[in-house]
Design a protein around this ligand. Structure first.
Ligand code: PRP
Length: 215
């Protein structure tokens, strides 16, 4: 039997994913060592491998078949636009992609005026303003702390992830429009889906059958 390989977004995503997998009988002891700097882990008995990568790289590993299965946020899937199958909403990591800014920017959105948008997600922002709002937008790519942009006058609004809303509140900004809901998803390489159909389907079905309270 060949190894089935999982690519997991490093951090909370990987931790939550392993929690869910453990509930369906898939575990990896050597992954539990918190001090370890190891990036790849094996479960010999089940012939499974797990590796940790930066979230935005997960769809890349899965598209190229370096991993059969990936666990990643829907934000990353949309932004990366890779050739992969999204097979399951894992139900954790729930948050929203939103257009946010000062209340004064509401009019710009309402009247579809030219607008400057700062974001870590240029593709999602471009698609939203071009295809959904039909509004001319200048998209400025940033790498983090996006909330700064409208405060210091770099942009009118931002497109960013909102979870609890506290970052916005503490910086005098608010949600102006919702782009889409987000959560962690399981993705699969299209060839693996055919070649390892039985093993992969069994995992998907077991995760899907978990009761809501453990999701
Ligand atoms: C994310 C996001 C917001 C914040 C939202 O940033 O970009 O800034 O979390 O969470 P909240 O609604 O619960 O306040 P992250 O902490 O990942 O860091 P970043 O700013 O470097 O992207």
């Amino acid at each position: 039997m060949r190894y089935l390989t999982f690519a997991l977004g490093k951090g909370r995503l990987a931790k939550e994913a392993m929690n869910r997998l453990e509930k369906i009988g898939i575990s990896c002891e050597e992954m539990k060592d918190k001090d370890s700097r190891k990036l790849i882990f094996v479960n010999e008995e089940l012939k499974l491998k797990f590796f940790l990568s930066k979230g935005p790289d997960v769809p890349t590993y899965v598209e190229y078949g370096a991993a059969d299965i990936g666990v990643v946020g829907r934000d990353t899937i949309l932004e990366e636009g890779r050739n992969i199958y999204e097979v399951l909403d894992l139900g954790f990591g729930k948050c929203r992609m939103c257009v946010c800014g000062p209340e004064s920017a509401k009019d710009l959105l309402l009247h579809h005026e030219q607008i400057r948008v700062a974001t870590k997600y240029p593709k999602i922002a471009r698609t939203y303003f071009d295809n959904k709002k039909h509004q001319t937008a200048e998209i400025i790519k940033l790498n983090g702390s996006i909330e700064l942009a409208p405060i210091v006058g770099l942009s009118d609004v931002i497109v960013d992830i909102v979870e609890t809303g506290s970052t916005l509140r503490e910086n005098g900004l608010s949600v102006l429009e919702e782009v889409c809901p987000l959560s962690a998803r399981m993705v699969v390489n299209p060839v693996s889906m055919k070649m390892e159909q039985q093993r992969i389907a069994k995992i998907i079905e077991a995760l899907r059958a978990l009761p809501d309270e453990v999701k």
